[in-house]
Design a binder for this molecule. Structure first.
Ligand SMILES: Nc1ncnc2c1ncn2[C@@H]1O[C@H](COP(=O)(O)OP(=O)(O)OP(=O)(O)O)[C@@H](O)[C@H]1O
Length: 257
């Protein structure tokens, strides 16, 4: 297993007007591991994801991916840098098929000029065939291959989340950020999610997830960073975090899940 750090979040601070959402937060994420970000509501978790993915600029600090500084960027640029993200609320094209939604995630890798597609060149046809095959592999990975031709809006909410995960994987990222992946899932879907994330890790992916479901977090994560009021108050393996006094005080004691 690769044990090197692939992502370094260095000393990040972020203010929204008078409110400090993040205060000197530093996190190192080891390649091929699952890293959890937990904390009570308003702790700064989503803001941290937005900084890592370049959606917002920090007021202080830097983010390095494999030693390279990550600039502020448009979401579609992220994919070409090897980062994929899913959101708290699904962002799918509800009237399109499952397969089409997953294929869209790969369009960033399309070297095909528009006129080539319009003219239906052999190059464009080959690209579409390859994209389709890869989308089907991603769908098989999340157990949704049989639903490829289904219109997304006809799927359950948990299945729609899986379509998003398939779209994220199909883009062939090195780093995947999952924002509350278990939200709205039933126990069976959560068990599948656990399996799916474990398989991703076995296949060398690096995963960072925000999650409120403590059972899932404790089962799935190698390392957990805990935020409270914008500060990192603890970090370690699930066993250590479970009994960490600051964490119990700030979060687990509030019985959030
Ligand atoms: N765009 C914004 N403008 C102003 N305040 C913001 C903005 N985004 C976040 N905040 C504030 O920053 C703080 C951290 O918010 P953030 O969404 O990062 O927390 P969180 O830990 O993800 O919470 P939750 O678990 O509820 O999703 C909160 O007080 C929030 O109200």
């Amino acid at each position: 297993m690769n044990t090197s750090s692939m992502l370094h979040v260095n000393d990040i601070s972020k203010w929204f007007g008078g409110l400090q959402a993040l205060s000197k937060v530093s996190i190192s994420v080891t390649a091929s591991t699952v890293h959890g970000i937990i904390g009570p509501n308003g702790a700064g978790k989503t803001t941290l994801f937005n900084v890592i993915t370049g959606m917002i600029s920090p007021d202080q600090g830097s983010v390095l991916l494999n030693g390279k500084l990550l600039p502020r960027q448009k979401p579609h640029k992220l994919v070409s840098m090897g980062i994929a993200r899913t959101f708290q609320n699904t962002r799918l094209f509800k009237n399109m098929t499952v397969l089409e939604n997953v294929m869209i995630g790969q369009h960033v890798h399309t070297p095909t000029p528009v006129f080539s597609i319009i003219l239906n060149t052999e190059f464009a046809r080959n690209w579409e065939k390859k994209t389709r095959e890869e989308a089907l592999i991603a769908l098989a990975f999340v157990g949704l291959e049989a639903k490829a031709a289904e219109i997304v809006k006809n799927l359950s909410y948990g299945q729609q989340r899986l379509v998003e995960f398939a779209r994220a994987i199909a883009a062939k990222p090195k780093l995947i950020l999952l924002d509350e992946p278990a939200a709205g899932m039933n126990p069976t879907e959560k068990a599948n999610l656990l399996q799916f994330v474990a398989t991703l890790r076995e296949n060398g992916y690096t995963i960072i997830l925000i999650e409120h479901d403590m059972k899932l977090v404790m089962n799935i994560c190698d390392t957990i960073s805990v935020l409270d009021h914008g500060k990192k108050i603890a970090e370690g393996n699930p066993e250590g975090i479970r009994i960490h006094p600051e964490v119990i005080r700030a979060y687990l004691g509030k019985r959030e899940s």
